[in-house]
Design a protein around this ligand. Structure first.
Ligand code: FAQ
Length: 345
């Protein structure tokens, strides 16, 4: 269903582009390592990969740690809204699918923390930033899942938006992140399809079930459009991220691709997307859509969404409750190491 090519669109659907592409690196750093900088720039310009052992500008490293750790946190916090429904799934089949999906999200978080660790930041540092509210995670996971249809809609729309954003990341210039994304995207594709299929089943059911789906779509649609991040004109990180080959397609272009791909799917389902301004624009060759409430988005990103406190508190408690597992694993590793040393002596 989501088979977008890994290419950059030649014609931009949006008028607003990230302003001027910034230079690759802060001048002072380039001055300190001119040869290394030149080699790095050449590799980026040739669309090559940067690996952990390669020299890289500190700003590139910092940007990657920021983005990859936020992405990892999103996957881990993203387990919570759907995890809430595992014990209440309507059938054994739906429960098994949901269990697998939520476990996948946990796995994605772990691949991503590992990718970020290759940049020299420890998992403890990243988790500390999350638990103290310094690190961001996706706005979308701060909304409640009120009924079973929300689980289907998260698969269809949230995973659908995530795939649209993540397929281009498979070509990210940083090797470990790009490689992690390939596997993640394959799994996200299953997540999206199972959500669509669950909704299709409900839409073929009773009037009450159809209303549940429509209600869930009404509540999630605009939040999913905001997930792609602020408009290109208000996106401070985009220009540099694109220059470095970390981001490949801008926030607005991805949002537009998502709308264009999703409208026909909504027609197949028989649901109405809650936007009176949504209509095909023949001249642009894209759907026009209404204005996103960016005040609500920023309030949520800044900690004031409906579930921010609950989500963070749940993660902090899970981390504290898991302390004995980490202690036991460390004690076991120490014992193994001592045994190996004794045997070698
Ligand atoms: N929520 O200058 P930009 C998933 C922040 S995974 C919160 O445009 P950038 C799977 C942004 O960080 C979903 N904050 O930033 C799943 C920046 O703040 P900073 C997560 C947001 O980095 C499905 C500021 O706004 N996916 O769903 C959001 O160039 C179902 C200015 O923004 C990823 O993380 C937001 N929505 O572009 C799991 C993908 N948008 O850091 C469970 C990787 C923007 O300067 C169930 N990340 N901000 O303090 C990316 O592609 C990029 O980082 C963007 C933002 C596109 C998210």
């Amino acid at each position: 269903m989501y088979t977008q090519a890994l290419d950059i669109p030649d014609a931009s659907p949006s008028d607003a582009k990230p302003a001027k592409l910034a230079s690759t690196t802060p001048a002072a750093h380039a001055f300190a390592h001119p040869e290394l900088q030149a080699r790095f720039d050449a590799r980026i310009d040739a669309d090559g990969k940067i690996e952990p052992q390669d020299w890289m500008p500190e700003a590139y490293r910092k940007t990657l740690v920021r983005q990859i750790s936020q992405h990892a946190h999103s996957e881990i916090v993203g387990m919570l809204p759907e995890g809430n429904w595992i014990s209440r799934a309507p059938s054994l089949k739906r429960k098994a699918i949901l269990l697998a999906k939520v476990q996948d999200e946990g796995g994605h978080g772990l691949y991503l923390y590992s990718a970020a660790e290759t940049l020299g930041t420890s998992r403890d540092q990243m988790l500390e930033a999350l638990h103290t509210g310094r690190a961001k995670y996706s706005s979308i996971f701060n909304y409640p899942t009120l009924n079973w249809a929300d689980v289907g809609v998260i698969g269809w729309l949230v995973d659908g938006a995530a795939i649209m954003n993540q397929i281009p990341l498979c070509r990210c210039s940083y090797g470990p992140y790009a490689r992690a994304m390939i596997r993640i995207c394959k799994e996200e594709s299953f997540h999206q399809r199972q959500g669509f299929e669950a909704l299709l089943t409900m839409m073929g059911g009773t009037e009450a079930q159809r209303q549940m789906v429509q209600d869930a779509v009404n509540r999630w649609w605009w939040k999913c459009l905001a997930m792609f991040g602020p408009p290109d004109t208000d996106s401070p990180n985009s220009a540099q991220g694109m220059r470095w080959g970390i981001k490949r397609i801008s926030n607005d272009d991805l949002r537009q691709k998502f709308v264009d791909a999703t409208v026909p799917q909504a027609e197949v389902l028989g649901v109405t997307l809650p936007d009176p301004d949504l209509k095909w624009n023949e001249a642009r060759g894209h759907y026009d859509f209404g204005a996103i409430d960016w005040d609500e988005f920023w309030a949520t990103v800044n900690g004031n969404g409906p579930c921010n406190q609950e989500r963070l508190a749940t993660r902090v408690k899970a981390y504290a409750d898991g302390a004995w597992v980490r202690d036991a694993a460390l004690a076991h590793a120490r014992k193994q190491q001592q045994r190996a040393l004794k045997e070698a002596a």
